[in-house]
Design a protein around this ligand. Structure first.
Ligand code: AMP
Ligand code: MG
Length: 210
């Protein structure tokens, strides 16, 4: 892969406008969420999503989490099951990812889901993550912004160390608050199951869905 110039952007209106433009052109932007820094691309753009896998050295059969602004956006792309609605109202925005049935023909790149008929989706609880989603006005596919197999980044400096020269920009919004990944819950079956432990404890999830 040829090296590119990685711009460091400020987490203000100007920086977020530039970052959203990079996403619209099919580029890659790392940005902070409350969990870790994500490596974002337009989730509807096959080439952009392919470049996430390339930059991270991530196997293309390992699907990505899509970040959206609000529950309306989630419902646009996914079927909200009863259990999902309970979890969503209790924990979103926040460090919870729900795997939900993906609606047909909603434009999410098949590379995001690795061909699955389900989508992993979440609403981040971070002013910069939310600001970028608002400026971009679309779904952002974003795995952690580290080379595959390395520790997830919680500062812009970590992202620079791992991905500088391979991505277009990093929005530097300081250190991430939670510092661990989102908890992933599969809501496609009648009983939700935890696929990955993370920022929301299992007990809190169990108390919510009963
Ligand atoms: P990361 O991007 O490193 O936070 O990892 C995202 C995690 O979400 C991976 O472990 C994926 O396997 C998982 N994931 C993403 N999409 C799906 C899906 N549709 N069904 C099940 N797991 C998923
Ligand atoms: Mg990761």
């Amino acid at each position: 892969m040829t090296s590119i110039q990685t711009a460091i952007l400020t987490p203000d209106t100007d920086g977020l406008r530039i970052a959203a433009d990079v996403l619209r052109r099919g580029g890659l932007v790392a940005f902070p969420t409350e969990t870790v820094y994500g490596l974002g691309a337009d989730a509807r753009d096959d080439a952009a999503v392919a470049s996430i896998y390339a930059a991270k050295g991530r196997p293309s059969f390992n699907p990505l989490i899509v970040h959206v602004r609000d529950i309306d956006a989630v419902s646009h792309y996914c079927e909200m099951t009863k259990q999902a609605q309970k979890l969503a109202s209790a924990f979103w925005p926040g460090p919870l990812t729900l795997v939900l049935p993906l609606k047909e023909d909603v434009g999410i790149s098949k590379l995001v889901t690795a061909g699955l008929k389900t989508l992993a989706v979440r609403i981040p609880d971070h002013s910069v993550g939310q600001g970028l989603l608002a400026a971009f006005e679309g779904p952002i596919a974003a795995p952690s912004a580290n080379p595959s197999g390395r520790i997830s980044p919680t500062t812009a400096a970590h992202v620079v160390a791992g991905l500088s020269g391979k991505i277009d920009a990093i929005v530097d919004g300081g250190a991430c608050g939670v510092g661990v990944e989102s908890t992933i819950v599969d809501c496609t079956q009648s009983v939700p199951t935890i696929l990955r432990a993370g920022g929301i404890p299992a007990e809190a999830l169990a108390a919510c869905v009963g």
